[in-house]
Design a protein around this ligand. Structure first.
Ligand code: ARG
Length: 456
């Protein structure tokens, strides 16, 4: 295979080196962006009279033909041509002759790959944003259905205070909202044009970068040519976004794993989203949730991988940077797969309301409400905490729940306690009264649902 640099070389590349250095086996997926970028570049060269009008048209239609060949699966990518850029350029020269050699005027693969990656990531980020919004909608719908579904809220994985499932689910909608904001913000920097930096120092030829930016819909232009070809911050930012998103989704996945255990029994996994055991006939395993949890490791790894690749690289382009693609592509694929399966699985979950309620009622989860009741009767909170603590200890020793104590027993701990204490230590009462902003009361949860619906 003749290399573009053959003029300078006497011997041909060793086969092991071709195998070792190629990227076509994974960067072929950039083809639509490579062609889109080349077409814009060539149109700009025509506008600046570097190329003649008919030259532009012949190159553009050659590129379009190549695109339809790739699309139809009729294109043979060659490893000897290293990467997507040289594969397409060589095909163009084969197709339209030496004129094809004009495509690479005032351009280098260094600014070309930066361009392709940014176009790719801009499109995929758009996909991720859409899917995240869809997942938020699924969670909102589920939350709406469970505004009154009582469950225990936990701290330290110990029953703490009753909450509603709706409120619990909205916490994930909030996380996703922040994730979306993070990605939208990263998009400002992803959506920056590097083309025109050429190899690293710009060009002596007359080019118009603003025109290319307009054609390709870039909002900004990378203003320093050396930075333009060395920068992979935009990919690192995407991977950081992805790592945080996966951290959130792995927490949701972990809760699904816990809740579907015999011990919790808060939910039953739909058959279509569970797997069985090859040996234990009784098993129904939460493999989907476990894999979501597990894949977070892969995405964190991708972030660390690219950070490490970029660390201490001298300016400007270094071949190390070719290693950005596999972790980036893998992360995009992983995020989309995880979002897809969650969007499908969540609406199919069946929650066991009875069991959740029963668990919320036990375990003295209303002790804080008892303390707040005493505060409403004028006791300082610290004192109220102590009194309520004493009552809990008494109930524990007696082996009964708070609701089972008599008024007479309560009054032994504080004369401030009256008949109305029983209303404040019911589940419904406790929930209804937590209507502070962001609190778990059904009334406040409904208000939050309305607010989030507007945002989404
Ligand atoms: N395949 C290369 C990469 O992914 C494209 C840029 C090559 N540039 C170079 N000077 N060898 O980074």
């Amino acid at each position: 295979m003749k290399k573009p640099w053959s003029g300078r070389f006497k011997e041909k590349t060793a086969a092991t080196v071709e195998t070792f250095t190629e990227s076509i086996s994974f960067d072929f997926r950039l083809w639509p962006y490579d062609i889109q970028g080349s077409i814009a570049h060539v149109r700009m060269l025509g506008r600046k009279r570097v190329l003649k009008g008919d030259e532009v048209e012949r190159i553009v239609s050659g590129l379009e033909e190549i695109a339809s060949e790739i699309e139809a699966g009729r294109f043979r990518f060659k490893r000897g041509l290293e990467d997507i850029h040289m594969n397409i350029e060589a095909a163009l020269i084969r197709k339209i002759g030496p004129l094809g050699g004009k495509l690479h005027t005032a351009r280098s693969r260094n600014d070309q790959i930066a361009l392709d990656l940014r176009l790719y990531l801009r499109a995929e980020a758009g996909e991720c944003l859409k899917m995240m919004r869809r997942l938020q909608r699924v969670l909102l719908r589920l939350a709406e259905r469970h505004v009154e579904t009582v469950m225990p809220g936990y701290t330290h994985l110990q029953r703490a205070q009753p909450v509603t499932l709706g409120h619990h689910l909205l916490a994930y909608v909030e996380m996703l909202q922040r994730d979306r904001e993070r990605l939208e913000d990263a998009l400002k920097r992803i959506n920056t044009l590097p083309l025109g930096a050429c190899a690293l120092a710009g060009t002596t030829l007359p080019i118009d970068r603003a025109y290319v930016a307009r054609l390709l819909g870039f909002k900004r232009i990378a203003e320093n040519s050396m930075d333009a070809v060395s920068d992979r911050d935009f990919a690192i930012e995407f991977l950081s976004f992805g790592a945080i998103l996966m951290m959130h989704l792995s927490r949701l996945a972990e809760e699904l794993v816990l809740w579907s255990t015999e011990e919790f029994s808060f939910l039953e996994l739909p058959d279509a989203f569970a797997t069985g055991s090859s040996i234990m006939p009784q098993k129904k395993n939460p493999d989907v949730a476990e894999l979501i949890r597990g894949k977070s490791g892969r995405v964190y790894g991708a972030l660390l991988s690219l950070l490490t690749t970029m660390k201490a690289l001298p300016l400007t382009y270094n071949r190390d940077m070719q290693e950005d693609k596999i972790p980036l592509f893998d992360t995009v694929d992983t995020l989309k797969a995880v979002l897809t399966v969650l969007i499908e699985m969540l609406p199919a979950l069946k929650f066991n309301r009875g069991r959740m309620r029963e668990t919320a009622a036990g375990g003295y989860a209303l002790a804080t409400d008892l303390a707040e009741y005493l505060v409403s009767k004028g006791l300082p909170f610290r004192k109220a905490h102590e009194v309520a603590g004493g009552i809990v200890r008494y109930a524990v020793e007696k082996g009964v729940e708070l609701q089972e104590l008599t008024l007479e027993e309560y009054r032994r701990f504080s004369p401030l306690i009256e008949e109305d204490v029983f209303a404040s230590i019911t589940l419904e009462g406790a929930l209804r009264l937590r209507r502070s902003r962001g609190g778990t009361s059904p009334e406040e949860t409904r208000r939050q649902i309305k607010r989030l619906k507007k945002l989404i």
